[in-house]
Design a protein around this ligand. Sequence first.
Ligand SMILES: [Zn+2]
Length: 177
Amino acid sequence: MSSRIASLLERNRAFAASDVRENAPSLPVLPHAGLFIVTCVDSRVDPAEFLGLRFGDAIVARTVGGRATPGVVQDLAIFSYLLEEWAPEGPAFEVAVIHHTECGSALLADESVRRDFAHRTGYAEDALAELPVLDPAESVRADVERIASDPRVSSRIAVSGHVYDVRTGLLTTIVEP
Ligand SMILES: [Zn+2]
């Protein structure tokens, strides 16, 4: 076993021995804070840290750039279905889409990088061109619109958009729920 995995397992045993799991929400689709967070995979952009989320507080989906990809929209459609079926009288729910400054997805804005990557992988170049977060306020606005306008996402879910600044650690709201 690699030392990285061994270290993970060690930390996992400490977690299992703690009482953290006792705070699990009764319905997994209804976490304590009533939130579904969509943000970037970047290790500097860990919502548990910069939002102070605790165990069972929120559902978190992370993609490159925090983009509302078809996969994220599908997850929200599944989530919407479960919410309507299991908790029709449940509390209001919110999706917070969070993009950030200095996002590594900007690499794909370079046409030669994009062409090379598309050539190697077979991914469509024009679809890749939509991914880079160059102006996070602008891209987060577009992704909020993409989610909010999708008929498969429950109308009971409010959607907001925010930008996280990796230098200051501060979050700014761009689109109110
Ligand atoms: Zn990023």
